[in-house]
Design a protein around this ligand. Structure first.
Ligand code: CP3
Length: 347
């Protein structure tokens, strides 16, 4: 009988280590690839790309074909969840996402209309088809990751209606009307958990939850808006899929990384590049870590890239490590630098 292909990323999440760590990159399908730009043009709008399985499967597979990464991440966006809840999202070229800012009244209506996740998941049906097709088209040794945004990060866009440098609108809303904000966070936690459960059932091997804006919160608010909803998601997912493997990425959490794994129940921790090596090593004694090269080192290339890669390998490759960036790859990244990085890691 043929030997079962080994999915290294899954093994590392479960605590294994490899001399050559498995690698994938956040936003690995994206504008730095000419083949992505071509498909994106053909699809028309960004959301059409996300919701058309033919296109979404194609762009998900592009970086796997080109670089042979150890994991593939479903091509979609964290803002498909508010879109599925009826808060229409638009991606304006060069400006990022745009939504109608949600008021307290809008939140009350949303909670009323979505007592179950059924309607939202119905809207996301094309995403589930993409997951099914990916699992059958990917190489057997490639881990397929599903994902969603964490409630706090998704809420920041829903409240402001667009990206901001510090998420002041959502922070202000959370202090001015904590009851409405709490209802929004709970709704997002439950719908997101149900969305992840479906992704896992349709073929995702593991899921990652992106809390890209957790770094703007004070200690108490981090506990309230990042840790508690993440625990709620993990418990709800494991209630349905007991062996679900979950990567948490509380970007910018700083010393709050220390208790995050235990407090939320996630299996693996995604680290941003500001996490000091001593803390990263301490976190790795709890379990797998993922990260954490500064994406700008990958843009710069040369010595900056080599130094960054070597530091991570020297500091973390003796334990369970998934090599990644500390945040998403940016459009100006030269493809040759991605190749150089892979060569340095894999030899
Ligand atoms: O390859 C992958 O990693 C999978 C696809 C993926 C995208 N977005 C595609 C995308 C994933 C995992 C995301 C997550 C996401 N989306 C996050 C969390 C991670 C992070 O980067 O902090 C956030 C905050 C978003 C919201 C979002 N989507 C913003 C703010 C923007 C505009 C900024 C930008 O980079 O353009 C997007 C658009 C987006 N999502 C693009 C891609 C490839 C670019 C859109 C385009 O092609 O025109």
């Amino acid at each position: 009988m043929e030997k079962q292909a080994e999915r290294k990323v899954m093994k590392v999440i479960e605590g294994a280590r490899y001399d050559v760590p498995p690698i994938w990159l956040m936003r690995q399908a994206g504008r730095y690839l000419p083949e992505y730009r071509a498909t994106r043009k053909e699809a028309g709008s960004f959301l059409d790309l996300c919701y058309t399985p033919d296109f979404a499967v194609e762009v998900t597979l592009q970086p796997i074909r080109r670089f042979g990464f150890d994991a593939s991440i479903l091509f979609s966006d964290i803002l498909v969840v508010p879109d599925a809840l009826g808060r229409k999202v638009e991606f304006v070229q060069g400006e990022g996402p745009k939504l109608e800012p949600a008021s307290a009244g809008d939140i009350a209506r949303l909670v009323d209309e979505h007592s179950t996740s059924e309607a939202a998941l119905e809207h996301l049906e094309p995403v589930f088809e993409t997951v099914r097709r990916l699992r059958s088209e990917l190489p057997a040794e490639t881990t397929l990751l599903g994902f969603c945004g964490a409630p706090w990060t998704v809420a920041t866009y829903m409240i402001a209606g667009h990206g901001t440098p510090d998420q002041a609108p959502a922070r202000l809303f959370s202090y001015a009307d904590p009851d409405s904000f709490s209802m929004l966070i709970d709704l997002l936690a439950d719908v997101s958990a149900d969305y992840l459960i479906r992704q896992l059932r349709e073929g995702a091997d593991a899921v990652q939850v992106f809390d890209s804006w957790s770094g703007v919160l004070g200690e108490r608010d981090f506990g309230h808006w990042c840790v508690e909803p993440m625990r709620r998601i993990v418990d709800r997912v494991r209630g349905e899929v007991p062996d679900a493997r979950i990567i948490g990425f509380p970007k910018g959490a700083g010393v709050n990384y220390r208790d995050y794994r235990k407090a939320t129940g996630v299996d693996a921790l995604g680290l941003d590049w500001s996490v000091p090596m001593a803390l990263a090593r301490e976190l790795q004694r709890q379990g797998a870590v993922q990260g954490n090269l500064d994406p700008m080192r990958l843009v710069a290339g040369g010595d900056a890239l080599d130094e960054g890669v070597d530091e991570i390998l020297e500091g973390l490759a003796d334990g369970p490590l998934i090599f990644n960036l500390g945040h998403g790859i940016t459009p100006q990244t030269p493809i040759a630098h991605v190749e150089a990085m892979l060569k340095r890691i894999r030899g």
